[in-house]
Design a protein around this ligand. Sequence first.
Ligand SMILES: [Zn+2]
Ligand SMILES: [Zn+2]
Length: 247
Amino acid sequence: MTLPILIFIVLHWYLSAFCQTFFLHRYASHRMFALTPAWERFFHVATFLTQGASYLNPRAYALLHRLHHAYSDTERDPHSPYHTRTPLGMMWRTFEQYYGIYTGRIQPDPRIDRGSPEWPAFERWAEPVWTRLIFVAAYAVYYARFAESAWVWVFLPLHVLMGPVHGAIVNWCGHAYGYANFDNKDRSKNTLSMDLLTMGELMQNNHHRDEKRLNFAYRWFEIDPTYPLILALERAGIVRRVTERGR
Ligand SMILES: [Zn+2]
Ligand SMILES: [Zn+2]
């Protein structure tokens, strides 16, 4: 594999994982911190650029994720490994629910729909299929320029499905494999062995314990890589705390 392809895979993976955990999950879904309107737009655009072909609508993501917390590992959980046989089946069920919320076919409980980033003018050209195809073409052009052997192209679908791939890893592994610090009345786990890959997202058991807590790590050996980044953004005046939990 050539170095430019490796750099592209690593950068795309981590920038996309950061935007998902920082903007879609911690900000849009849980409102763990506040952003000014200008910074909210900045991270909204950053999420679009880093997820690219698989960009997820922040409002639909937030509502779907709140449903996951409200019904964690029950029949009504939109993505529990205990109600689908395979990760692929879980991804499909998640997509159906996401699309239902996105199109308005599924109307969640008003308590779930309690505010999330909305920017209709931006979504009008950020979400259509042709925009996604431009991203796919850009990934392919980059691969065509730098891939020295044909087998490297097996990584191309990863770029195309980056957002859902991260979601599937977190939602499947974070409720199926690992240990629990707390009894949250669900089956959430901390999958420490893979946690650094997802910027802290795989400490699901800790996160379900207190969904407003900024730091997903509790014990000395647990690391939430996104937490120090949030502290740095707070020091830079970009993030404003709305909770002291997780200090
Ligand atoms: Zn969970
Ligand atoms: Zn959450």
